[in-house]
Design a protein around this ligand. Sequence first.
Ligand code: HEC
Ligand code: HEC
Ligand code: HEC
Ligand code: HEC
Ligand code: HEC
Ligand code: HEC
Ligand code: HEC
Length: 232
Amino acid sequence: MIAGAKYVGMDTCGTCHEKAVKNFKLTQHARIQIPGDEKRVPGQGCEGCHGPGSLHVDAGGGRGRFIVNPGKNPEACFQCHIDKQAEFSLAFHHPVKEGRMTCITCHDPHGENIRKPKILSVARVNEVCAQCHHEQTRPHVFDHQAVREGCTTCHNIHGSINPKMLTQRDNTLCLKCHAQLAVPGQTAKTIIIGDPTNSSYDHTSRLQQATCFSAGCHTAVHGSNINNHFRY
Ligand code: HEC
Ligand code: HEC
Ligand code: HEC
Ligand code: HEC
Ligand code: HEC
Ligand code: HEC
Ligand code: HEC
């Protein structure tokens, strides 16, 4: 909220911020329509994030003048994304609430698509992560194909109840794609779902000991330069 200010609507913002309005019209946020007069109903258009703009407009605009800049503070985003506020409060999370990064580090608020990492392109998601996590995103001699499917296959990016922000804390994580199958007449084998020819030896006793990625087993889950079974 901005004390004393009223909503003016997106067209008014467009008289000075022409480019921002043009780009913004292609985003999901531009499609938010709340029934009623645009100039009375909060939560739509530019002012959904920037707050009511009448005082900013009357003052002829300007930096720090009667307008919210949500780049520095995620509170504006939490107004609507209440579930995200909860995710960032889970035990293991990216330090947004701690002020060490913001939503804008990973999302482009006005772009054609607010997700900087475009939904359809996994490579772009990993690119965003590469800004800070070099070790996991660099190419390896032996790449784990799961990483190519995207970091989000195994990590809940905003926050998780599991350490390292994993989507699952135990073997379930790996067994989503690798299955332990009993083939009649043979011992159980660990295979890649969809590729029964890629089988290895019986993992039953191993699975009881620890997770696939702890206890000195497949510790190099993101890929390895020395071992094709991602042992180290
Ligand atoms: C009369 C022209 C004018 C209108 C109308 C206008 N602005 Fe601005 N606005 C400006 C100018 C000039 C700046 C300063 C830009 C700069 O320094 O690069 C600015 C800056 C901003 C900033 C950056 C503030 C900061 O502290 O960093 C935001 C956000 C913003 N405007 C949003 C809006 C929104 C939303 C609307 C519609 C409600 C709007 N503006 C309408 C002229 C205008
Ligand atoms: C989804 C929320 C959201 C909406 C909706 C939104 N913005 Fe923004 N806007 C932001 C955020 C976040 C920043 C800060 C970006 C940064 O720091 O890089 C920002 C920054 C700005 C700035 C300052 C840019 C600069 O160079 O510092 C202007 C001007 C602006 N917005 C105008 C608009 C206008 C005009 C609209 C409507 C067409 C609009 N915004 C809609 C979230 C939003
Ligand atoms: C006025 C309410 C409102 C505000 C404020 C708001 N959002 Fe949204 N946002 C929505 C709605 C509604 C959707 C579409 C439904 C959904 O995906 O949850 C959405 C969608 C999104 C998406 C998914 C877009 C996609 O292409 O799938 C992202 C990412 C997002 N918002 C980020 C942000 C960020 C970052 C901010 C703060 C700068 C913000 N939102 C502020 C209401 C809002
Ligand atoms: C560390 C990077 C990062 C940060 C910081 C971040 N996001 Fe995201 N966000 C992502 C990625 C990556 C996805 C896509 C997830 C997927 O495809 O499974 C996403 C998806 C979303 C979505 C759409 C899908 C969904 O989960 O509902 C919304 C909405 C969203 N983010 C809002 C926010 C808000 C609000 C903030 C700040 C409070 C924020 N994000 C901060 C990386 C981030
Ligand atoms: C702007 C830098 C930045 C970006 C971009 C970023 N992260 Fe992070 N990441 C961090 C920081 C800071 C931490 C918290 C480290 C800490 O608390 O010591 C973290 C923590 C993590 C952790 C947990 C690590 C642990 O030791 O518990 C995982 C997993 C992770 N990030 C994955 C991702 C993924 C996947 C993406 C891309 C969608 C991403 N990060 C984007 C900075 C970033
Ligand atoms: C196949 C599942 C999987 C995928 C895909 C994946 N990770 Fe991980 N990641 C893990 C597991 C499991 C751990 C925890 C390893 C451990 O506890 O020793 C982890 C740990 C991490 C850590 C913490 C590192 C540390 O030393 O504690 C970061 C950061 C991280 N991952 C980032 C990423 C990024 C960035 C991507 C995408 C390029 C990604 N991960 C893709 C499974 C995955
Ligand atoms: C999104 C699906 C997916 C997930 C989740 C996944 N993997 Fe993989 N994994 C693959 C694919 C695909 C291959 C490549 C199979 C091939 O080359 O035929 C592979 C290969 C491997 C290999 C090499 C196979 C060999 O011959 O030794 C190991 C080891 C491995 N994964 C371990 C893990 C571990 C540990 C986890 C859990 C942290 C995990 N994977 C999670 C899809 C996945």
